[in-house]
Design a protein around this ligand. Sequence first.
Ligand code: NDP
Length: 446
Amino acid sequence: MSYVTDVLDLLQKKNSGEKEFLQAATEVLESLSPVIEKNPRFQKESLLERIIEPERQIVFRVPWVDRNGKIQVNRGFRVQFNSAIGPYKGGLRLHPSVNLGIIKFLGFEQIFKNALTTLPIGGGKGGSDFDPKGKTDEEVMAFCQSFMTELYRHIGQFVDVPAGDIGTGAREVGYMYGQYKRITGNYEGVLTGKGLTWGGSLVRTESTGYGLVYIVAELLRHKSDSLEGKIVTVSGSGNVAIYATQKAQQLGAKVVTVSDSTGWIYDKDGIDVALLKQIKEVERARLTEYAARRGSAVYHEGRTDGGVWGVKCDIALPCATQNELHEADAKALVQNGVKVVAEGANMPSTPEAVACLQGSKVDFLPGKAANAGGVATSALEMSQNSARLSWTFEEVDARLNSIMVNIYDQASSAAKEYGVEGDYVAGANIAGFLKVATAMIAHGAI
Ligand code: NDP
């Protein structure tokens, strides 16, 4: 048995039932085989056993009082996975599906993603099974204050700096930040994604979606191509999907789909971003509203007609949630001539879908490379907070663009160096791993 197989065995034994974590960790470990073979020291230092084990996992009760005066109880999580290269950094997900396995998968991915940004941030993730949908602002505030009343003791600007994720937008970050400041009396950059008048960075809202499109543009540039005239399909209609759509259209592409958990839109004239933002960011309404107000759009319930992946396109950008693009979707995309699939969401493609796309010579950019623009800009927000400065939109945007170009180069060069040219999954995993592993070795057996 090889070292990697031994650790995969151990992984299964110690984390049974945590299927998303097992999926993410298995993908990374399998792709590291060429590096492990070349560097026997990693085995001697038990690097893989250490990297799959979170440094700390915090699970806590979150009681809050609803509009009827009844006490509700949710479960809160923060997994501080790896601090070898900087304070833990990663978002807070608020969604009924959240459990420890999902937070561990997200925290694990974050280690490598954060390393790829070249900025000094470690990997962590948190959240709760609380569902902000259908709650009043007062209920969301009550939850956020209770959540932070426990979380505050585990975080800090030099310790752990959470951010937004699914269900945690500007409103939730505001309530959590207010409660942190109230309890600790500190005005510090402890959360990112803050409002612009209280420490937030320009471009943070747009950064994950913009970064996704910048890395796709860089990939195309290496093939002497561009986004001009390309047909793009996007899933999701949240933060990542909206700003990916906006940037892709600014660079000359036409985005023809978006979706939410109830259905999807095909808009033959290209998505109207202003209307989408009004419906999703302001009114918090369903996509049926988009179709009702736009003549060129058709609404499809659920995943009818194959969902967004059944639509012919050059580039597909999954931007909703994990495991939303299955093998059958990948086959449909290939059949329709897709050239590039880049993940805006975390692990939206199943392993079978990834194998199908890569096997069909589609350029596939995994989330840990393609959606790293969000956390990179969060780290830029931390820098501005520490320096008590605010950079202009153009300055942050230029830094974001060069970080995404650099991530493309790292993933592409590592893949080439280890004999898997064009495999950006392996390339991103290897480049991120090497940076973290080197720091872990330097720090000794901790
Ligand atoms: P949002 O909450 O803003 O939007 C999520 C979108 O995905 C919504 O349209 C939502 O639809 C849809 N969605 C969520 N869960 C499901 C589901 N189970 N089935 C179908 N659709 C679903 O989240 P973000 O845009 O911030 O995040 C999207 C993805 O990108 C996540 O994987 C996140 O981890 C990842 N990501 C986000 C970053 C960021 O900066 N925000 C950074 C890096 C990665 P509905 O409204 O109906 O629930």
